[in-house]
Design a protein around this ligand. Structure first.
Ligand code: ADE
Length: 231
């Protein structure tokens, strides 16, 4: 999978994309992540990428020229889906991560900054907007890292135990069951008896009950959606 990231702050990505599952996937060649500094497409002598908003809106807006030029250059290398990280997009879900991981489309992730981007760029060049939550970050960079992590861990062979991704929270609309490891008793606190029983069928049943119950208690919004789907 090829991911191009367009940002004014490529250095922000160094740690998160170099370590752990994403770092290993890059080293193993399962994904190629390329960082592009939008300022490299600024053509004026001050390399200016933003300007005052027209009208009485306060704040700076990313200018259309560098954005158009950048995407046009990147698209010259081949077709790609342009995703803008922005609080205005629909919320990113596990389902969308799975679809993107399964598709062989090259992705260009554009990180917004300041007050926003010139709307003409969004209309002409952006295929999809995605938000990672109903709050405003100072730019799309952290959101792009979240999206990359969510996708890359689902690429074939990214996880040591792929079954563990299948039973992840939210894969089927429910939270995960509680997990325990040794010791079976710690400071007088016991691991639920059933997990030590060796009855695989009953354990699976117990886990499913726990998932439903935890979702109902912790995330009533997800629970309502799940019951509607599973009636
Ligand atoms: N940029 C600023 N806030 C954001 C958010 N919540 N999601 C995605 N991109 C953003």
């Amino acid at each position: 999978m090829i991911l191009d990231i367009v940002t004014l702050f490529p250095d922000m990505f160094r740690g998160p994309l170099d370590d752990s599952i994403v770092g290993r996937s890059r080293e193993a060649g399962r994904c190629e992540i390329r960082l592009h500094n939008l300022r490299d497409w600024a053509r004026d002598k001050h390399r200016k990428v933003d300007d005052d908003a027209f009208g009485d809106g306060a704040g700076m807006v990313l200018k259309p020229e560098p954005l158009f030029a950048c995407i046009e250059d990147l698209r010259r290398e081949g077709p790609a889906r342009v995703i803008l990280l922005s609080p205005q997009g629909p919320l990113l879900t596990q389902g969308r991560c799975r679809q993107l991981a399964a598709s062989d489309e090259r992705l260009i992730l554009v990180c917004g900054r300041y007050k926003g981007l010139d709307e003409r760029f969004i209309e002409a060049c952006v295929d999809e907007e995605l938000s990672i939550g109903d709050y405003v970050l100072s730019g799309g960079e952290l959101a792009a890292m979240v999206l990359v992590d969510g996708i890359v861990r689902l690429l074939p062979q990214a996880l040591n135990t792929p079954e563990s991704a299948e039973s992840d929270s939210l894969e089927d609309g429910l939270l995960d069951a509680p997990q325990y490891t040794r010791p079976a008793e710690f400071r007088g606190l016991q691991v639920p008896e059933i997990l030590l029983s060796g009855h695989h069928g009953r354990i699976a049943e117990w886990r499913q009950q726990q998932r439903v119950e935890r979702t109902r208690r912790k995330r009533p919004d997800l629970y309502r959606a799940w019951t509607k789907e599973n009636q």
